[in-house]
Design a protein around this ligand. Structure first.
Ligand code: 9MG
Length: 270
């Protein structure tokens, strides 16, 4: 899954898809096409920055950022577009334009989100975050047993989805690396991520260029590729089915190599 942030304040890829305060269509399309050529089968398109301390965005701003980019990609490229949003109206409008998936860092916790997501009929990724918003999530994260607590949260959100009419076969789960978690929490979560496979749903993981890599290796955001690849490989070994990244080409190679080795132990040629 390639990351396509159409936000003016994206921490990890600058505001390179922006010009004169607006998402620049040609740049968005160029980046999207490159990620598809490099092997991305899903693009995650988002109009709200979810980095710690990010400022809130209005519904209209989010619609204005996401919908034109979605239309353009749908018209020009053959790829599934996932919508990175927590907003009911964005889900509904994006689904009308052909979005293929919803990715919600708030696990459909916002008003109207469950109902709107259910009505789209689309697959949904439910992510764990401690704290209510990206603005406050890093204030003082605390867990007794992070893997168990992330698992409990996700299990409850799966139940809420089922009650709202979203069947389990439409759901993916994400432990939410960096969302209300210290470096130690993130490392423990990655080490023990296989425990989340007990929930029986596909796992999606995003560590690309995140501060957990910066902290572990003491690297600025533009020097985190090697660390990101290491975490991607471990995530695949521990059951991740989708890896959300900025650097598609390198990650595709790392994941294919990991899968080749994993297949060998099952006696299957990659
Ligand atoms: C939007 N976004 C930023 N980081 C993410 C992550 O780790 N997982 C998912 N599902 N979405 C994310």
């Amino acid at each position: 899954m390639g990351i396509l942030n159409v936000t003016p304040d994206s921490f990890s890829d600058g505001n390179t898809l922006y010009q004169a305060g607006q998402p620049a269509g040609d740049k968005v399309l160029e980046r999207a096409a490159r990620m598809v050529a490099e092997g991305a089968t899903i693009l995650d398109l988002g109009g709200e920055s979810t980095r710690p301390g990010a400022t809130a965005v209005s519904v209209q701003q989010e619609l204005d950022r996401v919908l034109p980019a979605l239309e353009l990609i749908q018209r020009e490229l053959d790829v599934v577009v996932s919508i990175d949003s927590s907003t009911a109206q964005v889900f509904s409008e994006a689904a009308k334009l052909g979005a293929g998936m919803l990715n919600d860092v708030r696990a459909l916790g916002r008003d109207g989100a469950l109902v709107a997501a259910a009505a789209t009929g689309l697959p949904v990724c439910l992510m764990h975050m401690q704290g209510n918003t990206p603005a406050d999530m890093q204030l003082s994260p605390h867990y007794e047993d992070i893997v168990a607590e992330v698992g409990d949260f996700l299990r409850q959100r799966v139940l809420a989805c089922e009650q709202a009419g979203i069947s389990r076969d439409r759901l993916l789960l994400d432990p939410g690396f960096g969302f209300g978690k210290t470096l130690e929490h993130n490392l423990r979560l990655l080490n023990q991520m296989q425990r989340l496979q007990l929930l029986g749903l596909p796992l999606l993981v995003g560590t690309s260029r995140k501060s957990m890599i910066g902290q572990a290796l003491d690297r600025p955001v533009d020097q985190r590729l090697a660390g990101g690849l290491a975490t991607a490989v471990m995530a695949v070994q521990k059951g991740a089915k989708i890896i959300r990244v900025h650097d598609v080409a390198a990650t595709v190679d790392a994941v294919r190599m990991t899968e080749a080795v994993m297949m060998e132990s099952k006696g299957v040629e990659a």
